[in-house]
Every structure is written in structure tokens, then in C-alpha cells.
Design a protein around this ligand. Structure first.
Ligand code: AMP
Length: 285
């Protein structure tokens, strides 16, 4: 596995792989790799000839007072894991490489009004930061398939739309959410949870499971599904709900009655740790 820190070198390596006739697969991450990330790397390894992963904790997608400084990092373990998954090129740029005209960058990508809902409403500027860094990364990597997790459903929705609208030569591939045995979605932020908080955190999946069961029983009143999700999270003393919602996955609009398929979303704070999760209704669509 080749490790590269410079943007120009990453661009050259991807160009020369393509010149050799190799298909490039790209997995952007913020590191502290877990099985969710590894599932993306495995899919890329299956589908592409040359697998590129990036590790960059993008300051632009963190708001003031968020966990940028505390965000867990373990570059040594990440590079072992990436190598074990057969990654060909691990790109680990510094902030100056990603934002060469200075930080904060003078030009950013506007996600439009859909970037101000749900996650964007709670994390102002978050999706501007995400779309800006994804644009820069896929510009360096060039023509490729890029793998994103359904865990971050709104991010996936906006990245897909951006790739489409800006005609970026990248095919966005979505990968299902990988969960712990009790249902908690894997996340680098789970490392913040104390043992009691870790137990409490399963309330997000409990809420989504309740939504799944109501939907399976024929419930299409989104307000009722949403109330039940909020009730499940509200029943957990260590949890504070941020939002629960039923949206149309094609538009990310709130939808009542619940369409087929629909997407149930939840966000909550467990102690000081903010977690998000979602589940397609019916599951597996
Ligand atoms: P992050 O390092 O959190 O920015 O995540 C990098 C990529 O991994 C994103 O496309 C995430 O959606 C994806 N990802 C994170 N957690 C999971 C998970 N539990 N299952 C599947 N994909 C995930």
C-alpha cells in the first residue's frame, strides 16, 4: 500500500492507475476506521482494480463548539487496517493540502436549502463543509466509483445530487449501515460513550425498529410513526432527542402519509455525544 500526503501525488497516482487501464474505487473517510468503513473498502476492493482511501478530518464540516479537536484519531491502526483490506493508495492530506488557498477556503459548495434541514438544521454549515471536501477529493481522484455509507443518509443524498448537478465524473455507490450486535450503528463517535451511555445509545435503533414494525403493520401516518420514535428515545434517561422524521428518500422531504419506500431518521444526544441513524421502510430497499 502506498501512502501519500500531497494532493498532486495523489492525483498523479490515480491518473497513472487509469492510464494502466485500472478502474479506480474511492472511499473517503475521517479515519478511526471501524467495520462500517471496512465494509466500504471491501465493496470497493470487490468492484475496482485500484482502491484509494482517504483519511481527512475535515475541519470545514465541524461547527463552532463541535468535536473537531476531540474527534478520535489513530493513523497507525488505520493504515494497518486499510492495508489489510487491500487498499492500494492511502491518502492522508494535511489541511493545507486540501485547502491550498488558505483556511477557511475562499470558495465553497452551497448545498442549497436541503442542506439546512435535519442534520443541517442542527449543524449549521455542516453540508457546505462536506460537499466542499468531497468535491476537492473526487477532483483529485478523478474518474472513479466512490463509496458512501447509508448511515449518513442525508450526506449520501446531497453528494449524489451534487455529482449529478455538477456532472462530476464519479459514480456514487451506497453501502448499507453496519451495526453492532445490539443494533447500534457503528460510528467513530461511539468511542466517546461511557459504558452506561453505550447501553443507552441503542435507543436510536430501538426507535427505528419501532418505526419498522409500525410500518410493517400497515401504519402510514408519519406523525404517529415519528411520535413513537420520539417516545422510544424519550424513554431513555441519558438521551435527548434532536429530531425524528419520516422522509421520502427520493427528495428528503417530510412525507405524510409515509411513502413506499420511506426513510425513518433519528438524531439524539447521548450524554454529550450526538448520534444519528436511519432505517429504510421497509428495510432492505
Ligand atoms: P466518516 O469517517 O464518519 O466520515 O465515514 C466515512 C464513510 O463511512 C461515510 O460514507 C459514512 O457514511 C460511512 N460509514 C460510517 N459509519 C458507517 C456504518 N456504520 N455503516 C456503513 N457505512 C458507514
Amino acid at each position: 500500500m502506498e501512502m501519500i500526503e500531497k494532493a498532486v501525488d495523489a492525483r498523479d497516482a490515480c491518473e497513472s492507475a487509469r492510464a494502466d487501464g485500472l478502474d479506480v474505487g474511492f472511499v473517503p473517510t475521517m479515519g478511526y476506521l471501524h467495520d462500517g468503513h471496512l465494509s466500504l473498502l471491501r465493496k470497493a476492493r470487490e468492484e475496482a482494480d485500484f482502491v484509494v482511501a482517504s483519511i481527512f478530518v475535515n475541519p470545514l464540516q465541524f461547527g463552532d463548539g463541535e468535536d473537531l479537536d476531540a474527534y478520535p484519531r489513530d493513523g497507525v491502526n488505520d493504515s494497518f487496517q486499510a492495508e489489510a483490506e487491500g487498499v492500494d493508495l492511502l491518502f492522508t492530506p494535511a489541511v493545507e493540502e486540501m485547502y491550498p488557498d488558505g483556511y477557511p477556503p475562499p470558495m465553497t459548495i452551497d448545498p442549497g436549502p436541503d442542506g439546512d434541514r435535519f442534520e443541517g438544521a442542527s449543524r449549521s454549515g455542516h453540508f457546505r463543509g462536506v460537499l466542499t471536501v468531497v468535491t476537492r477529493l473526487v477532483d483529485l481522484v478523478g474518474h472513479s466509483r466512490a463509496y458512501f455509507g447509508e448511515k449518513d443518509a442525508q450526506q449520501l443524498f446531497l453528494v449524489r445530487r451534487m455529482a449529478n448537478e455538477l456532472a462530476i465524473p464519479v459514480e456514487i455507490v451506497s453501502c448499507p449501515t453496519v451495526r453492532e450486535a445490539d443494533g447500534l450503528a457503528m460510528s467513530s463517535r461511539n468511542a466517546y460513550l461511557s459504558p452506561p451511555e453505550r447501553e443507552a445509545a441503542v435507543c436510536l435503533f430501538r426507535a427505528l425498529s419501532a418505526a419498522r414494525d409500525l410500518y410493517a403493520d400497515g401504519e402510514r401516518n408519519s406523525a404517529r410513526i415519528q411520535d413513537e420514535m420520539s417516545r422510544q428515545i424519550g424513554a431513555e434517561p441519558l438521551a435527548t432527542i434532536d429530531y425524528s422524521a419520516v422522509v421520502d428518500p427520493a427528495t428528503f422531504d417530510l412525507a405524510d402519509p409515509a411513502p413506499d419506500p420511506a426513510l425513518a431518521l433519528v438524531a439524539a444526544r447521548i450524554g454529550r455525544t450526538r448520534l444519528i441513524d436511519n432505517l429504510p421502510l421497509p428495510p432492505g430497499v
